[in-house]
Design a protein around this ligand. Structure first.
Ligand SMILES: Nc1ncnc2c1ncn2[C@@H]1O[C@H](COP(=O)(O)OP(=O)(O)OP(=O)(O)O)[C@@H](O)[C@H]1O
Length: 308
């Protein structure tokens, strides 16, 4: 379990994280979503005790992580996969980590196996592709068999196969009852990976909800209708308070159900060739939500430095 309570971080006049409170529960993948610069990495660094909050606190399993007795057994993190000693082999790198953290050497073989790296365990890390480096980072995070895992943008730059692997792996870690907190700036990616979403914009909490609820609450449903008597239908609908717009040969309406449109057309003896509703895409839902956060800082007196 991870808890942020009033978590705040200032860098000079930049408010990178602004009074964030949320809980990340075990057993599900929680996506930490926000545009670039929203404060995701800073939040994760505070959870890991790598940055000190300006106010508030971050707790891991009920206490600040810096006070954990055996840190790697409690939390595993992937922050920057390329931030390793390239001259070492994968096995030597993991062995050094295990030894310096009092973990049994036998875990090295286990995590190499888990992450599919056994066949390249004796290769030097500097020759690793980004996908292999990500796997190695995940192997390192799993060394202590921790119950809490944090991954900062783990799919960035990966090919489709690597993305799929990470996605499945996150889900299997959560299915084992672990707390899995994974950041991304891609709504579409999070929709496929995360069960729950914590969404931030400019350091502020915008949503903390299940992924289906987020989609339901943030994407608008539009109704489209196609008719050879479009002009007549538009007038009938307008007289009922639904003014349509013409889009790609359809009349498009929001805030109305397909039933009402069909009934109105039937009552007026108007032929309909197509009638359906469609939900705006996830990416649109995310943009809609973060657009509001941009509006919030549009006032130059409240905008963080560098964004004025
Ligand atoms: N060490 C630092 N010194 C000054 N400002 C910083 C520092 N670290 C982060 N910031 C600023 O804090 C804000 C949040 O950055 P952060 O890296 O946490 O965002 P992010 O959501 O992880 O974005 P990205 O996906 O681009 O990494 C940004 O405006 C950034 O410029």
């Amino acid at each position: 379990m991870i808890e942020a309570r009033g978590l705040t971080k200032r860098y000079g006049s930049t408010l990178a994280v602004d009074d964030l409170s949320f809980t990340v529960r075990p057993g599900v993948v929680t996506g930490f979503l926000g545009p670039n610069g929203a404060g995701k990495s800073t939040t994760m660094r505070m959870v890991l005790g790598l940055d000190r909050p300006s106010a508030g606190e971050a707790l891991v399993n009920g206490h600040p992580y810096t006070r954990a007795a055996a840190p790697m057994r409690e939390v595993g993190a992937l922050l920057d996969a390329k931030d390793v000693h390239g001259g070492r082999t994968a096995r030597a790198h993991l062995l050094a980590l295990a030894q310096s953290n009092g973990l049994p050497a036998s875990r090295v073989g286990d995590v190499l196996e888990l992450t599919g790296l056994s066949s390249v365990a004796r290769k030097r890390i500097k020759g690793f592709s980004l996908g292999m480096s990500q796997r190695l980072g995940i192997a390192a995070a799993l060394l202590g068999d921790p119950s809490v895992l944090l991954f900062d943008e783990p799919v960035n730059g990966l090919d489709p196969e690597g993305i799929l692997w990470i996605r499945h792996f996150m889900r299997s870690l959560a299915a084992e009852g672990r707390t899995v907190f994974v950041s991304s700036h891609l709504m579409s990616e999070m929709a496929l990976t995360a069960d729950h979403l914590v969404v931030i914009g400019r350091g502020r909490l915008l949503a903390d909800t299940s992924t289906p609820e987020f989609i339901e609450q943030n994407s608008a449903t539009k109704v489209r209708v196609r008719s050879p008597q479009a002009g007549e239908l538009a007038s009938v609908l307008a007289s009922r308070g639904h003014v349509p717009t013409a889009v790609d040969g359809y009349l498009e309406l929001s805030g109305v159900a397909t039933d009402e449109v069909g009934d109105a057309a039937a009552a007026a003896g108007i032929t309909i060739h197509e009638l359906f509703s469609q939900r705006s895409s996830l990416e649109e839902a995310f943009l809609e939500l973060t657009k509001d956060s941009l509006d919030y800082v549009a006032d130059p007196h409240t905008a963080p430095e560098g964004q004025r």
